[in-house]
Design a protein around this ligand. Structure first.
Ligand code: BGC
Length: 724
């Protein structure tokens, strides 16, 4: 291929297509993630008009299922819809961490935890790609806020970057091999993601072995030549003829290696050929089956936060139900921005509750007429209030965690009118549940549930589905408690990730803070008991076995969670880190033997001195529970860990030398040699325990400088050789 043709292949033909060059055809890529947004163009249609497709629950609800198998099925269904719509790559999943509850796109992301995110997203990608449709893992990386997203520099230390913000990407890349990865808009420690060679090439390709296409977020590329030099393959959207010319000119002038452009072009070509081979002209999908799957997934993502006195589930024969709040009739079921799906149909909770109920169902829209709603509640046997946020959208972050004032006032009035009040929330990111939830006996977190959410809510309210969703993010008592609070959204072009590894529950736990509802929390209509925990080591990792009994009278699902901590660590660790989980169906009165495995790699921390992952030797506490703050059983297991010996140097302190067996011996010998050479006083000082603590913090090189000629260069050279 000519240089100009190669350059042309590395930018889009338009907003949604790669460019046809020579015998390489064009293919379509489109959003994503929770449905296929195939744009239709035409006068008066608007920017986001698109063909109908199933609007599955956004990631906020999919994540709350904690069910990899279910997520995989949704991924596969998305793949079928892509095939039917001739879409080669679906732009998702979004796997940035929910660093702050104010994140405008939190509804598109799974969790504040990297392992939970990574496990679920791996299945999403695997499901989608099993149909011959590519995923686009986004946004790589550190795109955890919308404020100033196209410029802001996320300033983060390497350990936090590796352990928290890159960990899910690494997992999905290595386990599911996404066809494409999408770089983010923002800068990372000052460098645009689209030009970040260390991130795009050294880490993603070099360390993780990624072989697919790196595509830019739409408009993320500032400088085409620098982007290709850093390892970016495809710039979207297009056309960008000027950029193509710049690339070709840079290669001809020798300022960009020809191989860099060639490689980018050939990766795009491989992607296209792969997609063309998988394309299935005439493919269709079963819209009814997908709607049913969307309903199943939505019902599984609902989190029951509160259920005093067993108010829920409602009996089918509940005499009179007041359904209150416009959101029951006009559901809020997805967020705004590029992920906006035009659904194939749209259920609402009001109709679905009416369909389930044998008694009367009456409705009041509520937000404008709270008095009428309260009157209706007063004369009904139960009141269900629908409330929620109104503002999650791509492009901007939220400014508060509070419900709209009208919704708060409505809840207060209805709860005062009827003690049997249930609140159902619709929100894409955490909202504050206090202090108003004290007056409400039952609280259902309904997130944004996609097009079949209305039916899913009714299923949970009437106990057709026993709720098993769990929080993937902490609900704080108040915003100011949040670990990210002081360092969000940043200023003057920088946002400092000051809480480091203590993202979300890690931060709340480390500071022993009260929370409204903890990470991993969610109630059921039945009860579970844990027994017989045993932990063994397998391949350097863990195998955790525990028996869980359903001790109630309804079939249900328990989400068993495994958290680990280590007694003493070289580095600061969070008190509890999620390492494994399983969503297990257990019939009433039955028990299940649950086996969970933790790979050795997931126990590792990133050691900045060694520049690699290290599993520390030591005693690990394995805590198994129903949430991060409802631990039902613990066990301790000793792990041999990795070799983590660090080379001793003149910059190592005397304390570090003596802490190392080989170093201690070598240093003792060196001190003896020094004494023989006339440095007796210094050697004696080191031998005196009281003086030793003074010297312990001194780097060897400084001690040597105190010893004059007695510690000769030869002694030092021998010492370093013997120690290492
Ligand atoms: C978003 C991406 C999306 C792309 C294409 C960008 O603004 O950040 O998530 O895939 O647009 O619509």
């Amino acid at each position: 291929m000519e240089i100009e043709e190669q350059a042309a292949l590395t930018s889009g033909a338009d907003f949604w297509h790669t460019r046809a060059v020579a015998d390489v055809p064009a293919v379509m890529v489109t959003d994503g993630p929770h449905g296929v947004r195939k744009q239709v163009v035409g006068e008066g249609l608007g920017l986001l008009a698109s063909e109908p497709s199933t609007c599955f629950p956004p990631a906020v609800a999919m994540g709350s299922t904690w069910d990899p198998e279910l997520v995989r099925r949704v991924g596969a269904a998305l793949g079928e819809e892509c095939l039917a719509m001739d879409v080669a790559v679906l732009l998702g999943p979004g796997i940035n961490l929910k660093r702050t509850p104010l994140g405008g796109r939190n509804f598109e992301y799974f969790s504040e935890d990297p392992i939970l995110t990574g496990v679920l997203a791996t299945e999403w990608v695997a499901g989608l790609q099993s149909k011959g449709v590519g995923a686009s893992l986004k946004h790589f990386a550190i795109n955890s806020q919308e404020t100033d997203r196209m410029r802001v520099s996320a300033d983060v230390d390497e350990r936090t970057l590796r352990e928290m913000y890159l960990r899910a990407f690494q997992r999905v890349v290595q386990r599911a091999r996404p066809w494409t990865v999408m770089c983010s808009y923002n800068r990372i420690n000052g460098v645009y993601a689209s030009q970040h060679r260390w991130l795009l090439t050294d880490v993603l390709r070099g360390e993780w072995g990624y072989e697919g296409v790196l595509v830019s977020d739409w408009g993320a590329v500032v400088d085409r030549v620098e982007a290709v030099r850093a390892g970016l393959d495809l710039t979207m959207p297009g056309p960008d003829d000027a950029g193509d010319r710049d690339l070709a000119a840079a290669v001809r002038a020798g300022s960009l290696p020809a191989a860099a452009l060639q490689t980018a072009a050939s990766r795009v070509e491989s992607l296209v050929r792969r997609a063309v081979a998988a394309a299935t002209p005439g493919a269709t999908y079963d819209a009814d089956a997908h709607h049913a799957l969307a309903r199943e997934a939505a019902s599984r993502g609902i989190v029951l936060l509160k259920n005093d006195g067993g108010l829920l589930p409602l009996a089918a024969g509940e005499p009179s139900i007041a359904v209150i709040g416009e959101q029951a009739r006009s559901p809020r079921y997805q967020g705004g921005g590029s992920s906006l799906i035009n659904p194939t149909r749209l259920d609402n909770a009001l109709d679905e509750i009416t369909a389930h109920a044998a008694g009367t169902v009456r409705f009041a829209s509520g937000y404008d007429d709270p008095e009428a709603a309260a009157a209706l509640a007063r004369e009904s046997s139960v009141a269900i209030v629908f409330a929620g946020s109104e503002e999650e959208t791509e492009g901007s972050d939220r400014t508060s965690l509070e419900l709209p004032a009208a919704h708060l006032a409505l809840i207060e009035k209805v709860a005062a009118a009827n003690p049997r009040t249930v609140v159902v929330l619709s929100n894409g990111a955490v909202i504050r549940t206090g202090p108003w939830d004290a007056a409400v006996p039952a609280l259902v977190e309904g997130w944004l549930l996609g097009q079949a959410g209305g039916g899913a809510i009714a299923d949970v309210l009437f106990g057709v589905v026993n709720p098993s969703g769990r929080l993937t993010e902490t609900i704080p008592v108040k915003l100011a408690d949040h670990p990210s609070y002081l360092d969000f959204p940043g200023e003057q072009g920088h946002v400092r990730y000051g809480e480091g590894i203590h993202v979300g529950y890690r931060g709340f736990d480390a500071r022993e803070q009260e929370v409204a509802y903890p990470f991993g929390f969610g109630l059921s209509y039945t009860t579970f008991e844990y027994s017989g925990l045993s932990v063994s080591t397998v391949d350097g990792g863990l195998e955790v076995r525990v028996s869980v009994a359903n001790t109630g009278s309804r079939d249900g699902r328990e989400v068993v969670q495994v958290y680990t901590s280590i007694g003493s660590s070289r580095v600061r660790r969070a008190p509890r880190e999620l390492k494994a989980f399983a969503s297990v169906p257990i019939a009433a009165g039955e028990s299940a033997e649950v086996v969970l495995t933790v790979d050795a790699g997931d126990l590792a921390y990133w050691d900045v001195e060694l520049g690699r992952w290290v599993v520390e030797a030591g005693d690990y506490t394995v805590a198994v529970g129903a949430s991060s703050r409802d631990i039902r059983a613990t066990a301790t297991v000793a792990l041999a860990g990795d070799d983590e010996r660090r080379p001793l140097t003149v910059e190592s302190t005397i304390g570090e030398w003596f802490a190392d067996p080989r170093g201690a011996q070598a240093l003792a010998e060196a001190f003896a040699a020094m004494a023989a050479a006339g440095g007796g006083a210094m050697a004696q000082t080191a031998a005196d325990p009281a003086m030793f603590s003074l010297m312990a913090s001194m780097p060897l090189g400084r001690v040597v400088s105190f010893a004059g000629d007695a510690f000769s260069p030869e002694i030092l050279a021998d010492l370093l050789k013997a120690a290492n």
